[in-house]
Structures are given as C-alpha cells and as structure tokens.
Design a protein around this ligand. Sequence first.
Ligand SMILES: [Zn+2]
Ligand SMILES: [Zn+2]
Length: 173
Amino acid sequence: MSSCNNCGKTILFGGRTVAAKRYCGAGCAARHPLLQMAGQVPGHVLQEYVQRWRVGACPRCRRQGPIDVYEHHRVHSFVLLTQWHTRRDVCCRRCGRRSQIGSALYSAALGWWGFPWGLLITPIQVARNLTGVFRAAPGTATPAFERVVRLQLAQNAIQNAGQTSSATPPALP
Ligand SMILES: [Zn+2]
Ligand SMILES: [Zn+2]
C-alpha cells in the first residue's frame, strides 16, 4: 500500500503515478512539478528563507512574528453524520491559539450530536486543541513550517522562471 506524495493520504484503489511518485488523484498529481521543484531547494537557501520569514509579520494580524504552522481541529455532527478535519495555518502563536480555542469551543458545541462518531471524536478534537493551546511556542521552525517555505520557494521559482526576481513571503493558505 502506498501513500500520496502530496497529501499523505493512503491510496487504497486507483491513484495516479507521475515519474514513479504516487498520488491519490488528479488534484494531487497536478502538484507534481511543484513538489519536484520543492525537493530541489538547496538546504542553505531553505534555511535562509526559513529564518527570514519566520520573524516576519503574521499574515493574519500583521503583528511581528515569529510565525509558524499552527494546527487546529474541528468536528461537527448531525445525527448519523459526523465530519472532522484538521486545518494548518501559517500565523503567529497568538493567532494560532485563538484558532485552537475557537475550534475547541466549536467542537464542544457541535461535535457531540452524532452517534457513534460524534461521541468518540469530540473529546479527541477538544483535547488536541487544548494541548495546542498549552504547548509552548516552538523555539525553532517546525518541519511543517519548513515544508511551507520549501513549497513557497518552489512556487516563486515556477512563477519567476526566466527572471531573477526575489522571492516573496508565504501567502495565506
Ligand atoms: Zn493526495
Ligand atoms: Zn497573528
């Protein structure tokens, strides 16, 4: 069994192969050139931009960084239907915490009303958010942030192909 080179999802059936890399579907397969380019960003260039962008302004509140990738987790239910997901935002710790508190409240209010998944998933999502709220800010850039920078540099390189324009900081996802 293989997993998608873009989103990490396990590929049960189908999927696509581009240059020996597996993708879960057309959407992820379309990102192959970007991912190839991202894999080729030299380590010292990556580190330079990680350091520079990390201390930049928060894309959300415009306050001075450090910024990183912060996750928050939601679940909502309607009788037999329960849906849950994780979102990753590039922002400062303050904004990240605000999203985690918001999603903990959202899940606590809307997650329970489904059987059986709502009852099972709601405490997990609330706990994951609260763990995030109380976790200390990372002292150095997380691998998730490095990945965002890598992809942004690749995107800039593709857009500026042929030019020698400078890179721009990561946009809001
Ligand atoms: Zn995928
Ligand atoms: Zn912020």
